[in-house]
Design a binder for this molecule. Structure first.
Ligand SMILES: Nc1nc2c(ncn2[C@@H]2O[C@H](COP(=O)(O)OP(=O)(O)O)[C@@H](O)[C@H]2O)c(=O)[nH]1
Ligand SMILES: [Mg+2]
Length: 180
């Protein structure tokens, strides 16, 4: 299961919708796998295991893709490079209800852009927070000269998540063609 050839990683803070997104899309019941901390030097006090959501989807062309949800807490950040190794890309989910959504976006982007070039951003819980303008994200991306695709989604809606996954794969194909 953990050896799925293709994988996409879902990142984001607690409550952003990672588990829900993977559940929306997965053809198999979503599993919480256990990852053990092997970096005892950096984390020798951490005896606990961390849960990683795992689901699977088969694309129209038959390619099976593993969907991985990474724990949001920064204290588990040692797991991110491991999960991202060989990933097709990462989907960063940001909860629009957060009091500091741009800081969260910046934090996850800073971390994940070291692991993969193919990143899409999904802003969730937009339906719950109509007070805060959604233009802040586009403005922030432009200010920072970032070109990442930006989506406003509901993680409970399969078609929203599928669109993000398909766009991530399309971007990968464009990049592959550009370099070949
Ligand atoms: N209203 C609303 N609820 C959402 C949205 N996305 C996720 N949720 C809900 O928010 C809660 C937290 O989502 P979850 O996937 O557990 O977050 P995780 O901590 O990132 O795995 C769940 O009850 C989801 O159904 C959204 O866009 N709108
Ligand atoms: Mg979760």
């Amino acid at each position: 299961m953990i050896l799925q050839q293709y994988k996409i990683v879902f990142a984001g803070s607690m409550g952003a919708g990672k588990t829900e997104a993977i559940k929306s899309l997965s053809e198999i019941p979503v599993l919480a796998t256990e990852a053990f901390n092997t970096d005892s030097q950096a984390h020798n006090k951490m005896q606990t295991t961390v849960g990683i959501d795992y689901g699977e989807i088969t694309l129209d062309d038959g390619a099976k893709i593993g969907l991985y949800g990474t724990p949001g807490q920064a204290r588990f950040d040692f797991i991110w490079p491991v999960i991202c190794q060989g990933a097709l890309g990462a989907i960063i989910l940001v909860d629009h209800n957060s009091t500091v959504p741009l800081e969260e976006l910046e934090g996850y982007l800073d971390t994940f852009k070291d692991y993969t070039k193919n990143i899409s951003i999904g802003i969730t819980h937009v339906d719950e927070n109509k007070g805060q303008p959604i233009s802040i994200y586009r403005d922030w991306l432009i200010q920072n000269d970032y070109q990442y695709p930006l989506f406003f989604i509901d993680a409970r809606k399969q078609e929203h998540i599928l669109l993000m996954v398909e766009s991530l794969i399309a971007a990968l194909e464009v990049n592959l063609r550009a370099t070949n």
